[in-house]
Design a protein around this ligand. Structure first.
Ligand code: B12
Ligand code: SF4
Length: 508
């Protein structure tokens, strides 16, 4: 063989009208694409490897589908990366398309196959990756070079105990230009010690907090800066649970890296004013906190014991003091909610006045404890995985009909961002953001759905025959959650004593 051509694709999803969601400008480059591209060596043995990256959300025509055709001069490996449940059908269709056009090596990886049972779709010519790329990507590449992929990779263990020190190569300027701003997502730490019942993060990354060494993150930042990136999004879920966070922030300050960044922290950050001040000094411009609800009983029922609504005001005060925009993320549609409750929630939020807020509908994401629980109780009404994207009603709510709940989601955005506009005091950048969120939500498009200016180029109907031929389905059945292997259970157990301590402290 002369060459291995690796085509990494972040699949889009099918919208309610069946069209593939595509945007003229994306929100930010997909972090998984650049992460896996950077894990790919230049050669496997003697065979040179070339990598193509496609983020379907921002590819405006279908020329890239040619990469999914057999080319006699190279061996082609098609890898669907970062596949979430609502993107799973699209991933299936792209692999069916590639098989139909003569490609022999296709694999689907990411949150959905890692956390959900895909057995009924296996053994049909497409492989499934059930583990982190750090554990299995090399083997997949080697098998492609050797001529045959196995049906499944990573069934024995989902998580690497130690993460290699991978430096992330940033997107090219042409790729960056597809997005509203030159942003790069980096993942310097993963795993979360908590146990919120609706959360798939702990199923995807586990409860043991793990990180590569700090120097590799610093080098990724330096390369990003040189490539013209202006804002880093640390996509790790709990930046404040990262044992190396202070070391990283001091290094960023000492080296004067000069990149603004966004991070996510859990609500316990309220008790760490010194870390918030340090984040501000290191150029953190926005901190995302999953506050979810103002009702402590609702939070406890969801296993989110570490959230104390009485501490939320303190997070805002400390962030404002440190020059960081507090971003409060809210969940609507907990079973206790009704329209009055949601209006009340909005009122409390306005009284606290975080400068950014996002809203999601409570969704039993396949693979989570809540999904298993709702399924057992027969509560899940939605059969189509495309709708499990936190913007649709998917289960039988006691007080809110589907249409009302979905309407309330966009009402929350329009109302809150209207309030921010009226309240004033916004910087130019904030004003742009506020106007954008309000404008896009008024069209019933979720501001986090991937970009602006929707394009309709192709739709599910164009691929349905292929899906039927390869997978023998019209839509994928709702999956069972995938059980953890004993290796992964052990790794989670190691996190338990720490989590017990976190939960004890959090309950105070
Ligand atoms: C950043 C982020 C976003 C950003 C995405 C920005 C972007 N362009 O990338 C924004 C804010 C826009 C966003 C939006 C949404 N998100 Co989001 N997001 C995340 C977050 C925090 C990090 C994802 C990430 O970049 N990880 C870094 C990369 C490197 O990790 P990774 O993708 O997991 O890849 C690793 C493994 O999965 C595996 N792997 C992945 N692909 C492949 C392929 C192969 C071949 C192999 C071998 C391995 C492999 O190896 C990789 C390296 O270890 C995750 C939570 C989390 N920590 O996972 C949620 C998460 C992915 N999001 C989720 C959801 C539900 C959404 C929304 C639907 C919610 C909403 N309504 O806004 C939207 C969907 C919009 C969209 N277009 O995708 C869910 C998905 C759940 C699921 N099982 O489907 C997650 C898990 C969070 C959660 N609440 O549970 N999100
Ligand atoms: S705090 Fe809860 S929701 Fe957030 S990552 Fe951890 S377990 Fe998931």
């Amino acid at each position: 063989m002369t060459k291995l051509r690796v085509v990494l694709i972040k699949p889009s999803k099918y919208a309610i009208d069946g069209s593939v969601e595509r945007f003229k400008k994306g929100y930010m480059p997909n972090a998984t694409l650049w992460h896996i591209a950077s894990l790919t060596p230049e050669r496997i043995g003697d065979v040179p490897v070339t990598v193509h990256t496609v983020d379907e959300y921002v590819w405006q025509d279908l020329d890239y589908l040619r990469l999914l055709h057999h080319d006699p001069d190279v061996t082609t490996l098609i890898a669907l990366v970062g596949v979430q449940s609502h993107q799973f059908h699209r991933a299936l269709d792209l692999t069916a398309y590639a098989l139909h056009h003569g490609v022999r090596h296709c694999i689907i990886g990411g949150p959905h196959p890692m956390t959900c049972d895909t057995t009924s779709l296996q053994g049909r010519g497409v492989s499934f990756a059930l583990a982190e790329a750090e554990l299995i990507w090399r083997e997949i590449l080697e098998d492609a070079v050797a001529g045959e992929l196995r049906p499944v990779y990573g069934a024995e263990r989902r998580w690497a105990e130690q993460l290699p020190s991978v430096v992330i190569n940033p997107p090219s300027s042409t790729d960056l230009a597809r997005y509203g701003a030159p942003i790069l997502g980096l993942y310097p730490v993963r795993g979360c010690p908590y146990k919120c019942n609706y959360c798939s993060v702990i199923k995807i990354s586990g409860r043991q907090v793990r990180s590569p060494d700090i120097e590799s993150t610093l080098e990724s930042l330096r390369r990003a800066k040189r490539a013209g990136v202006k804002l880093i999004m640390f996509v790790s879920d709990n930046f404040n649970k990262f044992p190396g966070v202070r070391e990283l922030l001091h290094a960023i300050i000492d080296e004067d890296i000069g990149l603004r960044f966004f991070c996510q922290c859990d609500a316990q950050i309220a008790k760490d004013p010194e870390l918030i001040a340090l984040l501000g000094r290191a150029n953190c411009v926005e901190m995302f906190v999953g506050i979810e609800s103002f009702n402590r009983e609702v939070l406890k029922a969801a296993g989110k014991h570490h959230n104390h609504p009485k501490l939320y005001a303190e997070i805002i005060r400390l962030c404002n003091e440190a020059g960081i925009r507090p971003h409060f993320s809210n969940i609507i549609g907990f079973d206790e909610d009704n329209e009055d409750e949601i209006h009340h929630h909005l009122g409390v939020l306005k009284s606290l006045h975080p400068r950014v807020a996002s809203f999601y509908i409570l969704t039993p994401i396949p693979g989570t404890e809540q999904y298993d629980d709702f399924r057992k109780k027969g509560l899940i009404t939605e059969k189509n995985l495309d709708r499990f994207d936190a913007t649709h009603s998917t289960w039988s709510h006691s007080n809110l009909a589907r249409e009302r709940l979905e309407k309330m989601l966009y009402h929350c955005y329009v109302d809150y961002y209207g309030f921010l506009l009226k309240a004033g005091g916004l910087s130019d950048e904030e004003l742009r953001l506020v106007v954008y969120y309000r404008y896009i939500a008024a069209q019933r498009i979720h501001p986090m759905s991937g970009g602006v200016d929707r394009l309709r180029v192709d739709s599910a109907a164009d691929y349905s025959d292929l899906r039927r031929t390869v997978y023998d389905i019209d839509i994928a059945p709702l999956p069972d959650s995938l059980r953890l292997s004993s290796h992964d259970e052990t790794l989670n157990r190691q996190a338990d004593w720490r989590s017990k301590r976190h939960i004890e402290l959090a309950s105070i």
